[in-house]
Design a protein around this ligand. Structure first.
Ligand code: URA
Length: 204
């Protein structure tokens, strides 16, 4: 990994956007349209962390607005979690893709790229101050926990971080979009069941 530049304290999401826009600590920043930082409520009960912006998010500059975001919104509603009371972000702030003809095909970030972006995610958590976190898939779980997490084995479970924050582990919503049509409803219900583990945080 290249040496990181001296790290300036990030005091707002606007500063985080500007700093990640300029970030070249890994190669993804060079190919993406822009960085995408999280959005939602500050000091929320829950901050959800995905992998990286997708094609639509990269163009629009907002997280989880494409197909995976729509599925996530539906699942949160089914789990009784008000999306507007959450903060939604990603472990990696730029879109990594491969060009096939004119199509930009998503590529998973490498472990070193997740590591390079990790300090931005921690800055964001420090700014947002969530009561708890949700790791959507293995990239988010790796970044939030600082180690590989067997997501299928630990889905629906809360894992403690050294800073005391609890992380609910589940799948990435994109994984559900790849499930065969006949299994999709059951996969969606299992995802909702995982998210329901966080519902008590919203009880009044
Ligand atoms: N997938 C993600 O992980 N994040 C997004 O913002 C969109 C798709």
């Amino acid at each position: 990994m290249p040496d990181s530049p001296p790290h300036r304290r990030i005091e707002s999401l606007a500063q985080l956007k500007a700093a990640t826009m300029a970030c070249r600590e890994c190669p993804i920043g060079e190919i993406a349209t822009q960085s995408v930082v999280g959005e939602g409520m500050l000091q929320p009960r829950l901050m959800l962390v995905g992998e990286q912006p997708g094609d639509q998010e990269d163009l629009a500059g907002h997280p989880f607005i494409g197909p995976a975001g729509k599925l996530l919104a539906r699942a949160l509603e089914a789990a009784g979690i008000p999306r507007e009371q959450t903060f939604v972000s990603n472990a990696v702030k730029h879109f990594k893709f491969e060009l096939r003809g004119k199509r930009r095909i998503h590529k998973s970030p490498a472990v070193r790229e997740i590591a390079a972006c990790h300090h931005w995610l921690e800055d964001e958590i420090a700014l947002v101050k969530p009561a708890a976190l949700v790791a959507l898939g293995s990239t988010a779980a790796r970044s939030l926990m600082g180690r590989a997490v067997p997501v299928m084995a630990q889905r629906g479970q809360w894992l403690p971080r050294p800073d005391g924050l609890q992380v609910l582990v589940t799948l990435h919503p994109s994984a559900l979009l790849r499930v065969d049509a006949e299994d999709r409803e059951a996969a969606f219900e299992a995802f909702v069941a995982d998210l329901r583990q966080a519902k008590r945080l919203f009880a009044r």
